[in-house]
Design a protein around this ligand. Structure first.
Ligand code: ZN
Length: 181
């Protein structure tokens, strides 16, 4: 496995809508290796999710996993998940705001409104159908990765940029969950 280079904001690949994968493409040895590399890259950089276009591959592949993550402490755990050609449907109009960061937008955090609850339909890495409901931070991560696959980043979703903070100031001024956020 190898660690892939992460595209940063400004690279045109992040603004393209990614292409669907066929079952045949998905099951190819090269795509299976690419998925392994995405997982390793996400873990290397302490990400909770990664979309294929963030590593310069304009395909509908996203990986996510929330464990005890130093970039997002205290969040509920989400098992390692691979989503191929995902579709999401909000279960209601209810939204919540919380902090997000992005490996393609290093050192920044901002508060982003997201649907509280979404239905997720996708294939797993073996092409098996997934259909489940995600809530709270889990739903947030999925919406963040889904946006990447459609050429959007979290800055596009912020109501305004007044909460945008560098990580160091975020920690220094107690903007995170430790202060009751
Ligand atoms: Zn991101």
């Amino acid at each position: 496995m190898s660690i892939l280079k992460v595209a940063r904001l400004g690279h045109p690949v992040l603004r393209q809508v990614t292409g669907n994968l066929s079952q045949r493409e998905l099951l190819s040895a090269s795509m299976q290796k690419f998925i392994d590399d995405m997982i390793e890259t996400m873990k290397e950089y302490d990400g909770v999710g990664l979309a294929a276009d963030q590593v310069h591959e304009s395909k509908q592949v996203a990986v996510l996993e929330v464990t005890d993550n130093p970039r997002y402490p205290g969040k509920p755990e989400v098992p390692l998940t691979v989503l191929i050609n995902p579709k999401i449907t909000p279960l209601s109009d209810a939204t919540e705001e919380d902090w997000e960061g992005c490996l393609s937008i290093p050192d920044l955090r901002g508060k982003v409104p997201r649907y509280s609850s979404v239905r997720v339909q996708a294939w797993d890495r073996n092409g098996q159908e997934l259909d489940y409901v995600a809530n709270g931070f889990h739903a947030r991560v999925i919406q963040h990765e889904f946006d990447h696959l459609h050429g959007k980043v979290y800055l596009d979703r912020m109501r305004d940029l007044s909460t945008l903070s560098f990580l160091q100031e975020f920690a220094r001024y107690g903007l995170g969950p430790a202060r009751g956020e």
